[in-house]
Design a protein around this ligand. Structure first.
Ligand code: RP5
Length: 165
């Protein structure tokens, strides 16, 4: 049976940024659970989710958080599943605070951190991880990449024929 993905938000204020991630996972047919769990406000829930995730059929966890963004790291402390972090853009530091909090993990507890607000890439990376053990998903990914290349090639063709250049 295909592994599930979990998208864990540090706050409901992260939801709009993360909608593309949830949509992308669903577009690949990945069963996705979305939760709001905070490393600081509900740490016991973070431990419970991460500790049980592998046994519950998850293959990857995606964690979005901003500011002192420790959620992905805390989840990674309690699971051997891969954890992908999405640092959320902040008003004061543009997300650099979130990025550094998330990416500077101690040796032994990695988090695969995507770009600030990199929701879509988090989903694609998660699908690539799940596709290691799922041939259908791997085929879908190959088609996704081919469609993306065709789209860029069409734009290239179009710009080459623009009169303004
Ligand atoms: C983090 O602090 C959340 O992930 C969010 O990005 C940020 C602000 O949270 P709220 O104060 O809006 O709940 O924990």
């Amino acid at each position: 049976m295909a592994k599930k993905a979990a998208v864990i938000l540090g706050s409901d204020s992260d939801l709009e940024t993360m909608r593309p991630c949830i949509r992308r996972l669903k577009s690949f047919g990945i069963e996705t659970e979305v939760r709001i769990i905070s490393a600081h406000r509900t740490p016991a829930a973070a431990e419970a989710l991460a500790s049980a995730a592998r046994a519950e059929g998850f293959g990857v966890l995606i964690a979005a958080a901003g500011k002192a963004a420790h959620l992905a790291g805390v989840l990674a402390a309690y699971t051997t599943l891969p954890v992908i972090g999405v640092p959320i853009k902040t008003s004061m530091m543009g997300g650099l605070d979130s990025l550094l909090s998330m990416v500077q993990m101690p040796k032994g507890v990695p988090v695969a951190c995507v770009a600030v607000d990199g929701a879509d890439n988090a989903a694609i990376l998660a699908v690539q991880m799940l596709a290691l053990a799922d041939g259908d998903l791997a085929e879908q990914l190959a088609q996704f990449k081919a469609d993306m290349a065709a789209e860029v090639a069409a734009k290239d063709q179009s710009i080459r024929t623009m009169e303004e250049f």
